[in-house]
Design a protein around this ligand. Structure first.
Ligand code: CUA
Length: 402
């Protein structure tokens, strides 16, 4: 032990204190917590309960950090090597054991663990059981590489990549997978529970208000795991019922020669109450208003082009993998597209559902979602080649499926 030891020790303490202080200040002030997948801005009771557990743990950890840091700093300063003592190799008086301090530290540790354990266990119980099970809406979520199927067994609805729910009602989710392990996560509402082969997992969530939420597969499931996203839309009860009625219907028929298709003649029985005000404006596709807008044709439709697309969808064998109820498309390998045009995303939440993005996806799915089955087991085997005109027709057809 030479002269340098106290200096190195002092340097290490200073560096540790500065880094710790910076991290702490950063955590308090610097970070933007308002992203689409924020777990801090919660909008449902399950995410709120999870956030509460996080905060309890955080505050207990900050308390331990400050207490231990203060004692360490005090000892460093009080017992530092003073001027004139640099060459003095004699260590300060040593002590062995102190029953009061040791017992005190054990009791303090137990107390802190209890403070964390009580809300944690309460949170686990709260999240495990769907409240008001009779009133809850049941949805079966099935994970595929790389998209989500959503089935509403009580309503007879099947959809994909966009989970629509009524607000203020518990949603009971049965979680299934037909290939590998996935995980269902809507950060602002609840998360994460795994979808495991041969295991019946479940979870529940609830949304406080109307909204448009981002979801993400949260378990590594292969090449395009990071591209396995989805959206969750919560509506008031009336709008949800209207949406459900629309979803139960077969796909739209667009008669040739009908050139006056507009959103108002789509289906007069089903109107979203507040939509009329937004029909002529262009809200962002990936937003709550954008989702409402998406329930109706945007701009005039071209019935001839749409029907060309319908023929192509059959001739290019897309029908082998996709269901479009009422249009002789019975495939079950890929997402159900019966009401595809009413969704706001393409390729499982990856792109906004604009004609350009949909065209890009249909033209070259492999470059957008590497490894996807549509390309690997569809385009390659069927030697699919689509002209620009074909892509336009398919886009028009798919977007007509409101
Ligand atoms: Cu599915 Cu990651």
């Amino acid at each position: 032990m030479g002269k340098n030891f106290p200096f190195i020790l002092r340097l290490r303490s200073i560096v540790t204190a500065v880094l710790g202080g910076l991290l702490f200040m950063g955590a308090l002030t610097g970070c933007d917590m308002s992203g689409h997948q924020s777990t801090i801005l919660t909008e449902g009771p399950v995410a709120r309960s999870q956030l509460n557990v996080f905060y309890v743990t955080l505050w207990v950890s900050i308390f331990i950090f400050l207490t231990v840091g203060s004692v360490l700093a005090y000892a460093q300063i009080k017992f530092r090597v003073r001027k004139g003592q640099e060459d003095d190799d004699v260590p300060p008086p040593q002590t062995h054991g102190h029953p009061m301090i040791e017992m005190g530290l054990i009791c303090a540790s137990i107390l802190l663990l209890v403070i964390i354990a009580v809300p944690t266990i309460r949170g686990i119980w709260f999240q495990a059981d769907t409240p008001n099970r009779e009133d809850a809406l049941v949805v079966t979520v099935t994970g595929y590489q790389w998209w989500f199927k959503f089935e509403y067994p009580e309503l007879g609805i099947v959809t994909a990549n966009e989970l629509v729910i009524p607000k203020n009602r518990p949603i009971h989710l049965d979680l299934r997978t037909l290939d590998v392990i996935h995980s269902f996560w809507v950060p602002k509402l609840a998360g994460k529970v795994d979808l495991i082969p041969n295991r019946a997992n479940h979870m529940w969530l609830q949304a406080d208000k109307e909204g448009y939420y981002w979801g993400q597969c949260a378990e590594f499931c292969g090449e395009s795991h990071a591209n396995m996203k989805f959206r969750l839309v919560s509506l008031d009860e009336g709008d949800f019922q209207a949406w459900a009625e629309r979803q139960k219907q077969e796909a739209r028929e667009i008669p040739e020669g009908d050139t006056a298709m507009t959103w108002s003649n789509l289906n007069p029985k089903i109107q979203f109450a507040s939509l009329e005000g937004t029909a002529d404006t262009e809200p962002e596709v990936g937003s709550y208003e954008g989702w409402r807008r998406q329930q109706f044709p945007i701009g005039p439709e071209d019935p001839q082009l749409i029907n060309e697309g319908r023929t192509l969808f059959r001739d290019q064998k897309c029908v082998m993998c996709h269901t479009i109820r009422g249009h002789d498309a019975p495939g079950i390998i890929g997402p159900d597209l019966t009401h595809f045009g009413s969704r706001t995303t393409v390729a499982a939440g990856l792109l906004d559902n604009t004609p350009e993005n949909l065209g890009a996806w249909i033209s070259d799915p492999e470059s957008i979602k590497p490894g996807n089955i549509m390309y690997r087991d569809g385009y390659v085997i069927n030697k699919t080649t689509l002209s620009e005109k074909d892509v336009q027709a398919l886009v028009a057809y798919l977007n007509s499926l409101k």
